[in-house]
Design a protein around this ligand. Sequence first.
Ligand code: 9MR
Length: 368
Amino acid sequence: MHLPTAASLLLSALPLAVATPTPGHGHKEKGLNTYAKEAGLKYFGAATDSPGFRERAGYEAQYPKYDQIMWKSDEFGQTTPTNGQKWLFTEPQQGVFNYTEGNIVTSLAKKHGKYLRCHALVWHSQLAPWVEAKTDWTKDELRAVIVNHVTRVAKAWKGQCYAWDVVNEALEEDGSYRKSVFYNVLGEEYIKLAFATAAKVDPKAKLYYNDYNLEWPHAKTEGTQRIVKMLQKAKIRIDGVGLQAHLIAEQAPTLDQHIDAIKGFTKLGVEVALTELDIRLQVPANATNLAQQKEAYKNAVGACVQVKGCIGVTIWDFYDPFSWVPYVFPGEGAPLLWFEDWSKHPAYYGVQEALKNGTKKGKPGKWW
Ligand code: 9MR
């Protein structure tokens, strides 16, 4: 869907020769990754799935247009496979490893020169069923399972990942540990084991803890700081915290909340990235919630630009039909930057403004 803005209606009524290009409508518009690099970030990226697993089936006719934006433009300098590297695909049966699904996206990243974030080594969800089917793991057995999985999978992409999400979503909202099979058998030791193993196998990849609802300070951000400190104290390498940033347009964090949350991690000496940004709204979208979404995107990306140590932003796909959101939150959707008809969300220009108006090197932009 495309909602004409007041500015675009006004412009279309003017003779072309006098129409001054507005941000986002000028001929010299660059892609988001270009603006991100100019602002001092490493990348602005988009996660993507292998075609067989994209959320909306029957959209094959859209693939050429999709690929053009995903791979052949300067919109995105980085990607993350949304599914293919997960345990379910990489070790479907104990000791049987398969990298086919993950390789689809990782090889495209290589071919097109995009940074790659690798996702995710140890996670309670999209886990191969055999891990949870066995209810009487001994500590030693499960330690061996984790070490073997992390070793084999990290080795498979060794040297290719800018970063690995080593442990994903280990916390509850109150900052306590999630009672996953890993935690139930090993306690917090499983986190140490996963990071120590990944550090050994891929010394160049940045090792991240990744979770959602870390974009404003509260119990869960404190729990995450506790994990960072625990690893540091044990002299186990952790390089970054990934803030997934699955947000809601109508109730998104403010710029200051984002900044405080990010600084809460960077002050510990680790870097931060927004790793799965999307901002859902009640559908059908309307001018009000699209404006809220624009503001929310601008604040999230703007905070990353403003805080030293926040190195990049990844949106969790870029084309609305391929988002996971409507399948999990009925009545909500349109969380990305391109609508189904390929017109851009107002939020696209919110991101653009955040990137163009701010720089890590200079003073904060005038809108801060
Ligand atoms: O985008 C992924 C979707 O295709 C899967 O069906 C879903 C299953 O949980 O996982 C989605 O990605 C998740 C990511 O791996 C971790 N953080 C939350 C993401 C959205 O669920």
